[in-house]
Write a protein that binds this ligand. Structure first.
Ligand code: AMP
Length: 217
């Protein structure tokens, strides 16, 4: 499947993408994971974007498009891809449309994961992430803790609270979402690609809604 996952930070895009990837071998592409990997590795790109990411600001569109143009042409994308955290602005969505047309790739849909702000705030402040940039497994101290506190079940690395998950950075990220990313809902509605799903409940409900829509297409 070839999907875009839309939704505020904490809506569950990463969790849903991982579950969908297990279903048919499509690859999860999280721009946030790629960028955090660059920061941890201390690459030129990483140094350039570190402070933007820490404060919850978006990385410039041109940098993201350079990354995605290459990433979408890697062989593992042939089976399908789940775009998690990209596109994030209207210019990115327009550039993606042009890129996909150039590559001859057709999207199945853009899934908008809808969750109330209070739920998002609770999820983000209790979320923990594996510090290993090749793993980045997601936990939640309330609903999905790691078996051993502070240690990743999958790779044994420390599980941490992300730098951009302080109360201040979270509030900034949510504001950025409303201003820059929420307009993508209207963009994909006009494209006839939008599926909005209530994502406040368990991930299975979201997967079922996506499966039904894909089956009906
Ligand atoms: P995420 O893991 O998706 O919440 O992304 C974490 C941070 O990475 C964001 O707050 C931005 O600073 C940056 N980022 C991730 N994806 C994008 C994107 N598509 N465009 C711009 N910045 C991004």
């Amino acid at each position: 499947m070839k999907l875009i996952l839309l939704g505020a930070p904490g809506a569950g895009k990463g969790t849903v993408a991982k579950l969908l990837a297990e279903m048919d071998g499509s690859v999860q592409i999280s721009t946030g994971d790629i960028l955090r990997g660059a920061v941890t590795a201390g690459t030129e790109l990483g140094k350039q974007i570190e402070s933007l990411m820490k404060s919850g600001d978006l990385v410039p569109d041109e940098l993201i498009m350079d990354i995605m143009e290459q990433r979408l042409q890697e062989p593992d994308c042939e089976k399908g891809f789940l775009l998690d955290g990209f596109p994030r602005t209207i210019p990115q969505a327009e550039a993606l449309k042009g890129l996909l047309a150039k590559l001859g790739i057709e999207l199945d849909m853009a899934v908008n994961l809808e969750v109330a702000r209070e739920v998002i705030l609770d999820r983000l402040t209790t979320r923990r992430t594996c510090s290993n940039s090749d793993c980045q497994a997601i936990y939640n101290v309330k609903s999905n803790p790691s078996r051993q506190a502070g240690i990743c079940d999958k790779c044994g690395s420390p599980v941490i609270q992300r730098d951009d998950e302080t109360a201040e950075a979270i509030s900034h990220r949510l504001q950025t979402y409303v201003e820059k990313t929420a307009p993508l809902i209207g963009f994909y509605e006009k494209e006839g690609l939008l599926l909005t799903v209530d994502a406040a409940g368990p991930s299975e409900t979201v997967l079922a809604a996506i499966g039904a829509k894909l089956a009906a297409a």
